[in-house]
Design a protein around this ligand. Structure first.
Ligand code: GLN
Length: 274
């Protein structure tokens, strides 16, 4: 008898655990059904009808948090698009490195994350029309007088953020310029590492580092010419979400036409002079 009730208890516990299961699994299941009904397309993990949008909230002025609220250029853009195109969206913050894999696995439907449009990414993602011009720059400690270009990097440590165009650039050019690479999960900790005199240099998108230096008074400065010219786009998984992407593009165009796009930019970057 004792044994039997123990077994029952165990069974109940197992049932509870299974029922409460990992959230992502649940979301995906519901999302899959909903996505099929609503869009006639398979894939896409939009739980409860909302499109799940991957964001990188460590990336001001594009995406950051103030008092628990997500804010920034990207956040305003995606919210305005959602409003004009009548899309229900839910923001999902994560490390940048997780965003593309989450689009691939269907945990995200969309991503807006200061994400550069690159040929390599275009093999797995479809991008909206570009919405911002960026490009990488070298950044050093404000007191550093020795590094002015890639040629000065031999034997030094270059900090980059996982999964980014900066990380890719550093790896592609490492052999030629002979530096070591230090990897970071987010931009603020990478900035601090160089500001505190650990790594010698970091690679970051110009608008992001310029904003950080102005706003946070970091002991950093940009050096040399911009190393790349790229543009930010909003991403969906390739070939899976054409209707959604069309709406995103229509929304972007409306924002540009109405002047709201310029208003959004002005709100965040006027004072930092980007
Ligand atoms: N623009 C860079 C990229 O796409 C960095 C993006 C980011 O760190 N959020 O890789």
């Amino acid at each position: 008898m004792k044994k039997f009730s123990f077994f029952l208890l165990l069974l109940t516990l197992i049932l509870i655990v299974v029922a409460c299961g990992p959230e992502s699994g649940q979301t995906q299941q519901e999302g899959g059904d909903k996505a099929d009904e609503e869009n006639g397309e398979s894939g896409g993990g939009n739980g409860g009808g909302a499109y799940l949008v991957g964001i990188d909230t460590t990336y001001p002025p594009f995406e950051f948090q103030v008092g628990g609220e997500y804010t920034g250029i990207d956040i305003d853009i995606i919210n305005a698009i959602a409003q004009s195109q009548d899309l229900d969206i839910e923001l999902r913050p994560m490390d940048f490195v997780g965003i593309i894999p989450s689009l691939e696995s269907g945990e995200l439907d969309l991503a807006i994350a200061g994400m550069s449009i690159t040929d390599e990414r275009k093999e797995i993602l479809d991008f909206s029309e570009p919405y911002f011009d960026a490009g990488l720059t070298l950044v050093v400690n404000a007191e550093n007088t020795e590094v002015a270009s890639l040629e000065d990097l031999e034997g030094r440590v270059v900090a980059v953020k996982n999964g980014t165009t900066g990380s890719k650039f550093a790896r592609e050019n490492q052999e030629e310029y002979g530096y070591r690479i230090a990897d970071f999960e987010d931009s603020p900790s990478m900035f601090l590492d160089v500001a505190n005199g650990h790594a010698d240099v970091l690679l970051e998108d110009y608008p992001v580092i310029a904003y950080a230096i102005t706003k946070r008074d970091l002991k950093l400065k940009t050096v040399g010419e911009r190393l790349t010219n790229d543009q930010y786009g909003i991403a969906v998984l390739k070939g899976q979400n054409g209707d959604l992407l069309e709406k995103v593009n229509a929304g972007l165009q409306e924002l540009r036409d109405s002047g709201e796009y310029d208003e959004i930019l002005k709100k965040y970057i006027d004072e930092s002079g980007l």
